[in-house]
Design a protein around this ligand. Sequence first.
Ligand code: 4AD
Ligand code: MG
Length: 479
Amino acid sequence: MFNKRIKVKQLLASEQTGHEVTVMGWVRTFRNNQFLAVNDGSTNNNIQIVLELGQFDDALLKRLTTSASVKVTGEVVPSMGKGQKIEIKAKTLEILGDSDAEKYPLQLKNRPSLEYLREIAHMRFRTNTFGAVFRVRHSLAFAIHKFFNEKGFVYLHTPIITASDAEGAGEMFRVTSLPFDGTPRNEDGSVNFKEDFFGKSTNLTVSGQLEGELGATAFGEIYTFGPTFRAENSNTARHLAEFWMIEPEMAFSDLEDNMNLAEEFIKYIIQHAMDNNREDLEFLAQRLAEEEKQKPQAERSEMGLIEKLEFVLNNNFERITYTEAIDILLQSPAYKKKKFQYEVKWGIDMQSEHERYLVEKHFKKPVIVTNYPKDIKAFYMRLNEDGKTVAAMDILAPGIGEIVGGSQREERLENLEARMKEMHVPADELWWYLDTRRFGTVPHAGFGLGFERMVLFVTGMTNIRDVIAFPRTPKTAEF
Ligand code: 4AD
Ligand code: MG
């Protein structure tokens, strides 16, 4: 065993004094050759270590630079200073690792920008902002498993390497072990994938849904929670090439059950963060308030972060059909004043400006939009009676736009085959998927929640690159 240490969070929470403890962490600040603030990542709050003047060598004190790692043993005593109730009177102090103050890339004094911190993402966990964001992210992930576990859903690990395009959108990263030079070719010049590692063309998964449906039609209810990959060239604050998705899939379920589950689920995980990450959320609320101050009055959000989360917990999501959504847009002052950049008419794939108008200006709360035109949605969605819409649902969140995409699935074999044909989805490759409709098909539904978009919503961060540890976006795959 390396050593027994107490985590700073636990130490600060106990407020007990008079006993000896050992803490380990990284130096945040060192003032007056006497007051050492140490952070160990368990909380944004530092523990103050008091080094009595004359007790330690000058040479040692000089090495107490920002981010040096230390091990301190001493007595917990009430603190005279303001800002903390207790502190540690150091008995022994050991520097585990030096940190060259000249070279250390994170000088906290001049408040590094989020953009700069992305360039040093390997160090940014050591800031208060990222400390808070990633503890909240952890907590949300935990709450997700807790939610589904309590409901009896089976956690299904769907494959990351697949040979199918679950969304039929063609936005896939290829997986191959074939050489670029001397790629084996068929007679017609096309690549001979028979020679490839898997003997066929494979890619990174865009969604675990299709395999999820196989699970749901046996276990009844499953969920996936894993990385998904999209080679869409969208350089926005909401898109990643590698993101995490949660995909529940339920047998014996229709669109309404699906909406109910999604709303309950989102509220549950927000509540979990509110109950378990209050300190970090308050810190993030403060950060957001400061960021908002930089904006012109008209662009500032009406609610603070905590208020917004409470509002979401205490109000029903608005539920409207796609057709109603388009009508609202057509009636809107924004449309009449030609404020939308993109066209509005029935049949469009709503752009972010349209979605944001609905949630931020019109309803001012999360909105579930249902029954989209079939032509803008995936092949597996259940065709409605009208023959032109499908039983889809998207949840739109203020400040984020689409956070959930889901649907009731087309469980009728003939309909599904017809849709696949229309949309040029190769039925022979998806024979196994079609088998669920051949052998005991059932009405079923599911959705996908973009985990990073959820983390954005809860933390009040504004760029998706700041809520995933090491973002993968067009032209960046550092760290
Ligand atoms: O709407 P999408 O594409 O739906 C599916 O993949 C379905 N198979 C889900 C299902 O029904 N099981 O993606 C679902 C969610 C989106 O609503 C969004 O939150 C997130 O995944 N998402 C992204 N997040 C970050 N970066 C991207 N490039 C994303 N693309 C989708
Ligand atoms: Mg979608």
